[in-house]
Structures are given as C-alpha cells and as structure tokens.
Design a protein around this ligand. Sequence first.
Ligand code: CMC
Length: 431
Amino acid sequence: MSNEAKLELDGKTFTLPTITGSEQERAVDVSSLRANTGYITLDDGYGNTGSCVSKVTFIDGDKGILRYRGIPIEELAEKSNFIETAYLLIYGSLPTRPQLKTFSDLLAEHQFLHEDMKYHFQGFPTGSHPMAILSSMINAASCFDEGLMHWQFGKMKQFDIYVAKLISQVRTIAAYSYRKSQGLPLIYPKQSYKYTPNFLHMLFSMPYEEFDIKPEVAKALDLIFLLHADHEQNCSTSTVRMVASSQANLFASCAAGVCALWGPLHGGANQAVLEMLADIHSSGDDGSKFITAAKDKNSGKKLMGFGHRVYKNHDPRATIIKKSCDEVLSRLNISDPLLDIAKKLEEAALKDSYFVERKLYPNVDFYSGIIMRAIGIPVEMFTVIFAIGRMPGWIANYKEIMEEPKSRIYRPRQIYTGKTINSYVPLDQRK
Ligand code: CMC
C-alpha cells in the first residue's frame, strides 16, 4: 500500500508524503504544497492541522487516552506528584533520586521574586483579576533578570535554572496576585515547605497566623496541578510555541500562554463552570431549565465543563478528578448544593440526545472547580491554578522548539477575502 497521498489540482497530479507517528497517527505532509502547487490548506480552528511533531504528550480522544512521555495519566495520578511529573514532561524521563533532589533544590532556591517586583504588585488596583496580574508579572520578570533580557535562544547555559525559576516563581506570583487582588499583605514562601503546601501557605497564611495545611487538601491540589500539566497542542500551548518560534525568552512565551489560557472556552472554563452552577442555584433551577437553554443556540448559554475538541468518548482527567472530588468532599465533610446540581446536570446531559449525538462529555473543568471551592480556593483563582499546573507542559513544548535544529518561525497563511485594490479618499470627500 502506498504511503503517499495523490492530489489532483488544475488537471495535474501532485504527490504528497505522509508521516506516521509512534502511535500510528497519520498525517499528510503539506510542507511543500504551496511551493509545488500555489495552493495552501485552509483549516478553520486547526481541527485537521498538525502544527508540529512532538514527543511530549499523547492523546487518543476517541479512546479517552492521555499519556505524558508514554506514561498513562491514571498511573501518574496514582503514583507520582506534580514536581516529579513536571520533571518527566520537561526532561523526557522520570528523575532518579539525585536528579529529583537537584530539581527540588533549584525550585526552593529560586522561589523568591526580586524584591522590587513587590512595587509592581502594589500598582494593580484591588479587585484586579489574578490572571491579568499573573501574565503581566511573568512577563515583567524579564526586567529584573539580565539572562531573560539578553536571552540567547538555544544557547542558554543556564536554561535549567530558568526552568526552575519559572515553575517556582509562577506559584509565588500566583499567590501574590491573589493577595493583591484581595488587598492582603504578601506572604513569603517558606524554604521548608514542599511545592503545593508552600502555595497554600502563601495564599492563606497571615503575618500573625500560619495557615493550617491539611494533607488531604494539599494532595487534592497537587493532583489538580498534575492533571493539568500538559495536554498537547491546545490553544495556550500552541500560543507558547508560536511565541517561542520567534525566539522570545521563556518567560515571555509562557506569559503569552497564560493570556491564551484565560478565555472561558479554555482554562477559564473552570471559573465559568462554578459561575454557571451558582447562577443555576440562585435562580432556583435544579439544572433542567439550564440544560434546555444550553441546547438552544439562541440562548447564548453552553453547558460549561462539557465538550472537548479532542475527547469524544470521555476525558480521562475528568474521571480521575471526579473520584478525587468525592473523596475530598467526604473527608472534609462538605455537602455542597452546587455539587448536587453538577451531578444532576451530568446525569441529564449524558442521557440527552443533543449531548450524546455530539459526543459531549464532562471535561476536567467540570469537577475541578467543585474541589477547588471545597478546599477554599477563591473562584477567580481557578484559572490561575490551571496556569501553575500547565507550566511544565508549556516549558516542555518551548524546549522542543528550542532544541529543534530545523525550527523556523511560525507564520501561517490566509485566504484574503477583503476588497481588491481600492483608492485613498481624502477626509473631506468621504461620505
Ligand atoms: N454545551 C452545549 N453545546 C455544545 C457544547 C457545550 N458545552 N460544546 C459543544 N457544543 C455543541 C456546539 O454548539 C456544536 O453544535 P452544532 O454541531 O449543532 O453546531 C457541537 O456541539 C460541536 O461543538 P464545537 O463547537 O464544534 O466544538 P469545538 O471542538 O469547537 O469546541 C469546546 C470545544 C471545548 C470549546 C466546546 O465544547 C465548549 O465550548 N465547551 C464548553 C467550554 C469548556 O468546558 N471548555 C473547557 C475545555 S477542557 C479544558 C481545556 O483543555 O481547555
């Protein structure tokens, strides 16, 4: 069987090579299409377009499979933790004990922000959205670091230090973003705490009282970070790769990822889910009226936390997080009316032909918001938590671009449908 594609255009036949990935995913390689035929491909929303080859994460959306560097997400969720998984994603294999120690030491060493960055936090008005502060401050970090200001793409001897700085400092910036948004004093990270407890400490301790970090709360949050750590070529990761392709520094590229993540169709969905559940609750609906509205294209409503471009069977992250959600709520002895509504919505949608025919299942954001609410994370921090979790995936993708010898700037084409040649009309003659 031929592994070439034949394309007939303008009476001529062109041959296009195909490429097969390690999991037998197939692509027609159109790299030479425009040069050979004068045509480009058009693929709104990139639903059929592979923008790169990557060794980081594999997803089979039809089967509900997600693997980081080949390891199933279920196994990592059970046996690993966020920091070990971050190492796996960025460096390609699980760390040995000494490698993990070096990585953890680097994270601890670089968790403090430049002291002058505090003045920038002060400049944001109380009530600012923490995602706006997060993206701004990750980018602003370049102004405080010579290495970032004079970034040598692919030639940074200390790239590992910048990896550690970003993973560690995103957590410090995220906590400060929240403290600032609430007008609370900033709390420094504590050297003796591990990654996730330290975040909870910076988020909730007060200068006069340390926050009591419950192990089950730290574990649930660590799992949320881990489950979000990568997800192949989604909107934010592709944004990071796009910016990285111009050879921008690591922090600038990942700050762009934070902006892309913020929207409600992507990382912002976790906040949108909670807001949807709260609206349903306050309107006295048990979810049934909302389901009807979500099916009506004119209602402007969608069932947030449902559907996925890639998963058409189930989102494996949602399965894991649903279990963790039940455990956390029962351990903390919390009964949440919003969870009851969520369960009703899920049950109703999974039986409804509209959702079944369109293969719309709960995604990771459907339950992550409920857990975060249960463990006391404020709703405007939900997407920030997603951003902290996704940082290793963005860094791993940045690193791939940086280490690819043939990497070139991302520069898509378009089909222009605007006016053909037109003349400039002076201001006083315009109608
Ligand atoms: N509620 C109601 N209808 C929906 C929903 C939903 N949540 N999602 C998709 N549909 C409908 C959509 O209107 C379309 O209907 P029709 O065929 O009649 O025009 C059909 O299902 C196919 O949807 P689509 O818009 O082609 O799907 P997409 O691949 O472009 O978008 C999505 C995927 C995730 C943006 C979308 O499902 C959505 O908006 N979901 C709600 C937001 C959400 O939960 N986002 C988080 C995604 S998971 C976290 C992450 O990785 O970012």
